[in-house]
Design a protein around this ligand. Sequence first.
Ligand code: HAH
Length: 334
Amino acid sequence: MAKTSVEVSSLQKVYENYFNIGAAVNLRTIETQQNLLAKHFNSITAENDMKFELLQPEEGKFTFERADKLAAFAQTHGMKMRGHTLVWHNQTPDWVFVNSNGEQVTRDQLLQRMKDHMNTVMQRYKGQIYCWDVVNEAVTDEGPELYRKTNWLDIIGEDYIEKAFEFAHAADPDALLFYNDYNESNPGKREKIYQLVKSLVDKGVPIHGVGLQAHWNLTNPSLEDIRAAIERYASLGLKLQLTELDISVFKHEDKRTDLTNPTTEMIELQTQRYQQVFELLREYREVFTAVTFWGAADDYTWLNDFPVRGRKNWPFLFDENHQPKEAFWKVINF
Ligand code: HAH
């Protein structure tokens, strides 16, 4: 019998005894993907609308309308919500780092701003957002340095990370607090992330989990490297989540911009990859509490135009018409 949408199993239900299944959303996709989201996902993350620049574009001027609408969507559909993200080098407005004379703020001033932002944001969504990405992408991709060079690091110093977790814990003691990063399965960066998180755990800093962004492609990272990263982070005794999963159909060296559909080879490799990834995730069900995709279906992804301008991508389990792809069947049939 043909696989029509009526008889498609719910991804979230198939995985209910394993981990939550999430999707990143925005104001447009909660409309255009509403039915798909409601059926297959039991958690959402705001793709952009809870980032610093969107929540506090000017000092003391908080703009919660968009974020509130996403939170209301979660509530209406009985979904959990993850918070993304409190302290990051990107999408943070310039005012945060300068005073009214245009001079760089002091360490104490910046710590105060960090704390004020967290208090206001986390207390607003207390009881609704169960888990926050407290610090995003603080580690370098290359080279010997551990800490990415950012205004936070420059002005506060290396302890900005532990301060962030301490303030977050004070703002909402019930929230689960995550460190989140990409290229997390690359062995070199993995060790740096491990070292950073271990130092936090050893100091007794309130941290509960590591978020593996999981922006992956057809060949990278290898399954062995993913497994090694899971083992390494889990050895810290923390919970893990895939926080931003997508599987680009382009290999790193493939810069084609002329495709209007994925090739047969791409689809085959992506199907196999999703099957292998979810097999691995099921094996580690004790450490994973959620798997969140950075989108839901191929009609919308941040990977359209990134990192190659004018290129479309097809990274998810559902196609542009919200129909399950071959990869979906492999993920739910086990
Ligand atoms: C993620 N960064 C961010 O966490 C998320 O907030 C954003 O929407 C998309 C991806 C990954 C990343 C990047 O932004 C730039 C270069 C490499 C990786």
